[in-house]
Design a protein around this ligand. Sequence first.
Ligand SMILES: NC(=O)c1ccc[n+]([C@@H]2O[C@H](COP(=O)([O-])OP(=O)(O)OC[C@H]3O[C@@H](n4cnc5c(N)ncnc54)[C@H](O)[C@@H]3O)[C@@H](O)[C@H]2O)c1
Length: 459
Amino acid sequence: MKVSVFGVGYVGLVTGACLAELGNQVVCIDIDPERIGRLAQGQIPFHEPGLPEMVRNNVDADRLRFTCEADEGVGHGEIIFIAVGTPGAADGSADLTQVRAVARTIGSRMDAFKVVVNKSTVPVGTADEVEQLIAHELAQRDHDVTGGADFAVVSNPEFLKEGVAVGDFMRPDRIILGSSETPAGARARVLLNRLYAPFNRHHDRTLHMDRRSAELTKYAANAMLATRISFMNEIANMADSVGADVDAVRRGIGSDSRIGPSFLYAGTGYGGSCFPKDTQALLETARAHGLSMHLVEAAQRVNQAQKGMLLRHVLARMGEDLQGLTFGVWGLAFKPDTDDMREAPSRDVICGLLRRGARVLAHDPVAMPNARACLVEDLAGDAALMANFSLCYAPQDAVAGVDALLIFTEWKAYRSPDFEAMRGVMRQPLLLDGRNLYEPAQMRELGFQYVGIGRRSAA
Ligand SMILES: NC(=O)c1ccc[n+]([C@@H]2O[C@H](COP(=O)([O-])OP(=O)(O)OC[C@H]3O[C@@H](n4cnc5c(N)ncnc54)[C@H](O)[C@@H]3O)[C@@H](O)[C@H]2O)c1
């Protein structure tokens, strides 16, 4: 089938590459010429395992191409995905500028039936707005020119996880399709059922529903997952205070089939491009409808506090003035297998350390260039503070002479380091394990002072 994808970020590029992999003819459109130019040369703009090979194979097979030309994009696809960013606006609501721009682009150019599929995470009612924007653009044009073009707008939220995005897209738990009960909506369902048929070979994963329910499903899923994480972080803090081990509690409740084992890991709080902004956008939608969402508000508050947990441990042990002290950091990205630094908990803590006079030596397998750029921004370009921040090209370089090692991301490379060598080069053998990578008893036997999250650290 002929498919166009507007926006080649994580979602758009994975969508385009995976649909091309299944034999579709895909054109990806972006307004960023540098990004398009690099993609045309096979360079992927972010780290996502398995994606570079898939993009290259499909470009070589002439099933996938990249362009900045909106005319080409709108003309090509009978199915057009909108996969542009919906960042948080200053008031916390979702900023729909990019989505609206693509809707206008489509409406001002389309000259045949199009299924416009919104994959971006957007507030309830956005499909209606996109429909109105396209209809408005069409009404501005001479209908003889458009040939009586008709269209349908469908909501198809995306649930992929960065780091395993290709696998998630190819083997989705479910495909949510929100469409309207109109002739155009029925035509869209037929086309999208055909497009998604390869994903439904063993059993049908498609859930058809109305557009508003589809839009709300995405926010509800992210709010639920964020709430689980915050709930476990509160249980972890309780475990610390009462002398229990949150890892045992996690296994104890995760084996209950009503609860399940996923998203029960205590840590330094969630980050990334989705949970923080989507929970905030959901709260803004609630406010706009005169509602309160106390659980989601609490999940956010708990998360905000949790992001400062490792810094509070440092300050409680070493005092407010950290001059003369050096801290190692392992892991900068908000989770493993990505270089995404958006809302990463490491940022807040590193800024807190630097502002109190400390030196920081940091390592991450892929996120270091992005991390440096983000910290420059967070520290408002303060060159004196940045001079105390060094990136290390090997994990062991970030432990030499440090007064503590802080772990923010559970990269595989950090799971089984040479502990004795580490302990030998650290100035103080303090491990602040924000991802509960290690066994507290073993670490103590090896001579470390070990602080995990909810691992009897305060007892
Ligand atoms: N990143 C994730 O893990 C994830 C998962 C599920 C859903 N989502 C949602 O999917 C959407 C996209 O997220 P992302 O992380 O891929 O975004 P992103 O910021 O990585 O990429 C967005 C892309 O859209 C391009 N763009 C902006 N305006 C455009 C226009 N008018 N025409 C064409 N291209 C344009 C930008 O240049 C950029 O390349 C968001 O709504 C996000 O909430 C993201």
